[in-house]
Design a protein around this ligand. Structure first.
Ligand SMILES: Nc1nc2c(c(=O)[nH]1)N[C@H]1C(S)=C(S)[C@@H](COP(=O)(O)OP(=O)(O)OC[C@H]3O[C@@H](n4cnc5c(=O)[nH]c(N)nc54)[C@H](O)[C@@H]3O)O[C@H]1N2
Ligand SMILES: Nc1nc2c(c(=O)[nH]1)N[C@H]1C(S)=C(S)[C@@H](COP(=O)(O)OP(=O)(O)OC[C@H]3O[C@@H](n4cnc5c(=O)[nH]c(N)nc54)[C@H](O)[C@@H]3O)O[C@H]1N2
Ligand SMILES: [Mo]
Length: 750
């Protein structure tokens, strides 16, 4: 790419660059609307940021948003429109050739559109006809299990609850969601060993922690408001350990863009210790830290372990200690790529800290051994009783702003029997019990011709899923694909035999039903449930809210089979919340509690050292360390996000903190690997992935030298998704292994 260039990454994140970039984005919304919209972002009585799920502090600063939150809001509040005229002017075939960035940049969707069988263009359709079309296709299926209902994580609690009710009344549990590709490994791991599949810390805990481990996470770009908490912690002397193959500027230094004085200063150093672990080497590193701790306990008994906690609240310590002793240092050093001295430094921080928090995100969840690795985090934390007391605990940092709430509301292919019992009782029907398809199983079923209707509540299934070419083939095999969406994306233009786009209101917009303003509710990464209400004029007068769309569709599709008054639910969300109160665990009196100032926390047993969910005790677990063997010439590739994207929505071709501009088709490599393979910085190469004898190829990636361990590389998601094999997913959680793809690098066309 001639107009692309690579600069050395900056030494600090945010700061003046972020402030300038925020100003630029506000300008695209129009100044007055922009400023008004931003002032309502993450404020009480305002709307929840559609970006990440990081919580808002109780004492909210007037500007409780980050540079990237501004981009996500601006993207929704754009004045541009992809309306009927736009679709009349573009063949679907042409649209499919455009980039994700171009598709998104066409603006907000404004009216329901249909792609009829054999047609070249989408054309307008009325809402009623659209619902009738879906209903007809659903009624033709031999079994309700021939339909798949995907959810992305922006969907509100009210919409999610209504959605799963509709799908279960239809008779299937085929409710895959983005969580299957995201924190599923965290949920699975934590449920097994501490009984609750969610994090145990609250934001206040960051104010008193002595040490914070940030593992496999890039908060500078993906959870920028978390940096505010880390900055404050660093300033009061809290030790922050970053564990990441890439040296991420946001974890090295941070200057708060809204603190005028720090714009001028050099920023606060964040990480006290930065361990550049090999990709997938975290389990070995965590084992090493435990080994140092157990050895120190033998040298000075009673100084390291929290014996009282271990005896009273845990099971399996002896087996763990044996496994740790039996793991040789050579294995630990080789698999982690770190020296014993480096590992010892982390162990010393862990041993000196009375209150430790462990945070993690996709760097831990998207590997074959993710569930076991996350359980090693738990092992480490249990040794010193860092669970269920102030300043200590487990903190999987969620992605999508309401991905955790969607799960709480029943968006899952396998909800517990107790939930289904209550749902059936509340709405007088017999919910299906057979587990449904998760994301990978959905794609496999579509490929096998077992699915005729694919319906998506938000998201961009095609670009987010692994193995882009096979997922495209899977979607093309459906009779009907339907997307409820705000913006145009690739999943709308690679379709089944027929397709629908149903445009919906976004977070920032006023939702009127029967003339009465409605609000919705969401759950953040720390289990806090609170309202969200938009005030902007909707992007078009034919848009409907997600709950209204679901109510209309359910009524058309279920007809007299359903005893639910769908019109009532779709027109007054208090009625949906009454149902939530009766069905969802921990949500009694939901309407009243969600209206309390600041919302309310869902109960989390593990936070109170109540381990009923894991048999009465927290469990140490013994896991085999993954062996990461590469053949000669092979490298491991992780797919990561840039600073200028939200998942599959690409805002620009730049990644400021990593020094990239004008090109996302890059591969970050260790300099010594570049030399060894006879390649050069700036050279364009083809990437080939290898899995069980299968090869997948993606052309034209530019080599960028970067600070990363030998044989570890990084590319961007979603550009590199064609290389992620569909069959390669995590044990137990079935999350695609987007962070450990085995590749070889080839001269162009070679
Ligand atoms: N601006 C913005 N915000 C977002 C998103 C976005 O796209 N843009 N997406 C949202 C969503 S849905 C999610 S899930 C989160 C994602 O947030 P993150 O998890 O922070 O995102 P990623 O870029 O996928 O990967 C994170 C880091 O994992 C590291 N990593 C990769 N492999 C390994 C490994 O084996 N070990 C270790 N220790 N580290 C590893 C990478 O170097 C990278 O720094 O962000 C949410 N917030
Ligand atoms: N290789 C690789 N693949 C990955 C990942 C990775 O790290 N590497 N990360 C995975 C992760 S963590 C996740 S969460 C998934 C994300 O997967 P998805 O959630 O499916 O993808 P998004 O890009 O977040 O979805 C964007 C689309 O959502 C629609 N949208 C936006 N706001 C709204 C709204 O308010 N309502 C509705 N109905 N629609 C809306 C818009 O049309 C937009 O185009 O991708 C996964 N895929
Ligand atoms: Mo995610």
């Amino acid at each position: 790419m001639s107009d692309s260039h690579v600069k050395p990454p900056p030494e600090e994140a945010a700061g003046l660059g972020a402030a300038l970039s925020t100003a630029k984005v506000t300008a695209t919304m129009g100044v007055v609307r922009g400023v008004r919209t931003l002032l309502r972002l993450n404020q009480q009585g305002g709307f929840d940021c559609p970006g990440c799920a990081w919580p808002e502090p109780r004492e909210r600063s007037f500007f409780e948003f980050c540079e990237n939150g501004v981009k996500h809001v601006a993207d929704e509040a754009t004045p541009l429109r992809a309306d009927a005229e736009f679709f009349a002017n573009h063949r679907v075939e042409q649209l499919a050739e455009q980039s994700d960035e171009w598709l998104n940049a066409q603006g907000r969707l404004t009216e329901p559109m249909v792609l009829r069988e054999g047609a070249t263009h989408y054309e307008p359709i009325t809402w009623d006809d659209a619902f009738a079309l879906v209903a007809r296709e659903l009624s033709r299926m031999a079994t309700p299990n021939a339909a798949v209902f995907y959810t992305s994580g922006r969907t509100s609690n009210e919409a999610a609850f209504l959605y799963q009710l509709f799908v279960r009344q239809l008779g299937t549990n085929n409710l895959p969601d983005c969580s299957n590709m995201c924190h599923e490994s965290s949920g699975t791991a934590l449920k097994e060993v501490v009984g609750v599949g969610k994090g145990t810390v609250h934001l206040e805990d960051f104010e008193v922690a002595d040490a914070i481990f940030v593992i496999g996470q890039n908060p500078g770009s993906n959870h920028p408001r978390m940096l505010t908490a880390l900055e404050a912690a660093a300033k009061r002397g809290c030790q922050i350990v970053a564990i990441n193959p890439l040296r991420e500027p946001g974890l090295v230094r941070f200057s708060h863009p809204q603190h005028y004085e720090s714009l001028l200063a050099r920023g606060t150093p964040i990480a006290t210790l930065y361990l550049q672990v090999r990709i997938g080497g975290d389990a070995a590193l965590l084992r090493g830290i435990q080994k140092e701790m157990l050895e120190q306990e033998i040298r000075a008994p009673g100084t390291v372990l929290d014996r009282a906690f271990i005896d009273e609240h845990t099971a399996g310590f002896d087996a763990l200690a044996r496994a740790v002793r039996a793991t040789p240092w050579e294995t630990i050093e080789e698999q982690s790529g770190l020296s014993r001295a480096e590992i010892r430094e982390a162990a010393v921080i862990a041993m000196r800290s009375e209150r430790t928090i462990a945070c993690w995100a996709m760097g831990l969840t998207q590997h074959k051994h993710s569930v076991a690795t996350i359980q090693e985090v738990v092992n480490l934390m249990l040794l010193r009783g860092n669970l269920g007391r102030p300043g200590a605990g487990l903190c999987p940092v969620r992605g999508h702003s309401n991905v955790q709430g969607d799960r709480t509301m029943g968006i899952s292919e396998h909800m517990p029997a107790a939930f289904l019992d209550r749902l059936g009782r509340e709405y007088d029907f017999d919910p299906p019990r057979e587990p449904g398809f998760d994301t990978v199983a959905s794609i496999e079923a579509m490929l096998a011709g077992k699915v005729s209707v694919f319906f998506a509540m938000g998201g961009n299934f095609l670009s987010a899923a692994p193995d882009t070419d096979r997922t495209a083939e899977a979607l093309r095999k459906c009779e009907l694909t339907v997307h409820v969406a705000t913006k145009l994306n690739r999943s709308h233009v690679v379709t089944g035999r027929r397709a629908l786009i149903l445009p919906c209101l976004g977070r920032t917009e006023l939702d009127l039903q029967d003339g009465a303003p409605q609000f919705v509710s969401v759950e953040n990464s720390m289990g806090l449930v609170h309202p969200s209400q938009g005030r902007n004029a909707p992007a078009g007068d034919r848009l409907r809210s997600e709950p209204a769309i679901l109510a209309g569709l359910a009524k058309a599709a279920l007809g007299s089979k359903s005893k639910v008054d769908w019109d009532a639910l779709g027109s007054d969300y208090d009625r949906i919340r009454d149902g939530i109160a009766h069905v969802v665990d921990g949500c009694a009196d939901y309407n009243a509690r969600v209206r309390e100032p600041g919302g309310f926390y869902l109960r989390n047993g593990a936070r109170e050292r109540d381990f009923a969910g894991s048999g009465g005790r927290a469990r140490f677990s013994v896991n085999e360390l993954p062996s990461l063997e590469l053949r000669p010439g092979e490298l491991l590739m992780m797919t990561v996000r840039s600073h200028d994207q939200f998942n599959t929505t690409v805002y620009t071709q730049n990644d400021r903190y990593r020094g990239i501009s004008g090109n996302r088709r890059v591969i970050f490599m260790n300099e010594a690997d570049i030399a060894k393979l006879g390649l050069a910085a700036g050279e364009e190469v083809d990437l080939v992935s290898h899995w069980q004898g299968e090869e997948r190829r993606a052309p034209a990636f530019t080599i960028v030298p970067f600070s990363v361990p030998r044989r570890c590389t990084a590319t961007y998601f979603p550009e590199a998704n064609p290389l992620v094999p569909l069959g390669s997913y995590a044990d137990k959680s079935r999350t695609p292994t987007s962070k450990s793809v085995v590749i070889t690098i080839h001269k162009r066309g070679g």
